[in-house]
Write a protein that binds this ligand. Structure first.
Ligand code: SAM
Length: 258
């Protein structure tokens, strides 16, 4: 099974219960689009749309936009389709890979993507976003960067075990990548986002429930439970057991060269 297939399968398994566990994801998606001026018409693409929560939110803000929801997982897309309100025009649902978007060049006015691109080769995904954006178009992206899930990383360190936390892009490397993009103007703001759980089981259920328990490395995941809980709590920033995401909020403006 390739890594893409593992990611696809894990999110497929998570689709049915995803929204129940995704309060933090929804808060991040809301932050992503809160202050941005978005085009109220034209084509709006959500890459890694999951269960369609952000598209539903945007449907009210951009009622004349032609919405496109794209995701690697067909189960996520099925959940999004079933949960779409019947009184709103249905988006076009596309199964596809952010690294090879099944869309024509310069065909999209707005791209949004929340917490999906950390599962991709980010440089390829950004190239694809710029390719499909029309000149003058805009992309809003939230993605995870290095430092994410410090509680888990530290708990594994304390137990002297290799961490299963995925390697996320380094902020300096990401900034350097944005600087190399000649076809778009980019901004990047880094913020910590955190959710606290009274029980370790709640914190781990959150990670499982949103399908984020797909380590892209071979670290063993089983540990002595009590020592692990103690180390996790000691590493948490808030009360109880914290899940902390370090989020890069990116804005790309496709330059109008005409
Ligand atoms: C953490 S969920 C985020 C879903 C939604 N954007 C949200 O904020 O609730 C990540 C989503 O990205 C999708 N995904 C992962 N890799 C992808 C890729 N290469 N191309 C498209 N979607 C991908 C997963 O299937 C999953 O639905």
């Amino acid at each position: 099974m390739t890594q893409k297939h593992r990611i696809q399968a894990r999110f497929g398994q998570a689709a049915a219960q995803y929204d129940y566990h995704a309060r933090l994801q929804q808060r991040i998606a809301q932050t992503l689009v809160a202050r941005a001026g978005l085009s109220e018409s034209g084509a709006l693409l959500d890459i890694g749309c999951g269960t369609g929560w952000l598209l539903k939110h945007l449907a009210g803000r951009a009622p004349d936009a032609r919405l496109i929801g794209l995701d690697l997982s067909k189960e996520m897309l099925a959940t999004a389709r079933h949960g779409w309100p019947c009184d709103a025009p249905s988006p076009l649902w596309l199964q596809g890979d952010a690294e090879a978007l099944p869309l024509k060049a310069a065909s999209v006015d707005t791209v949004v993507s929340s917490l999906a691109l950390q599962w991709c080769e980010i440089s390829r995904a950004l190239d694809e976003i710029i390719r499909v954006l029309k000149p003058g178009g805009k992309a809003l992206i939230a993605t995870l960067v290095e430092g994410t899930l410090p509680e888990l990383t530290r708990a594994y360190q304390t137990l002297d075990r290799p961490s299963p936390v995925n390697a996320f892009p380094d902020v300096d490397a990401l900034s350097a990548l944005l600087d190399t993009m000649s076809a778009a103007e980019a901004t990047c703001a880094i913020r910590w986002e955190r959710e606290d759980h009274p029980e370790l089981s709640g914190a781990l259920a959150h990670l499982r429930g949103i399908g984020a328990n797909t380590p892209l490395n071979d670290a063993p995941t089983r540990l002595p439970a009590r020592r692990f809980a103690h180390a996790f709590k000691a590493a948490s920033r808030g009360p109880g057991f914290s899940i902390s995401y370090r989020v890069a909020y990116l804005t790309l403006h496709r330059l109008d060269r005409s």
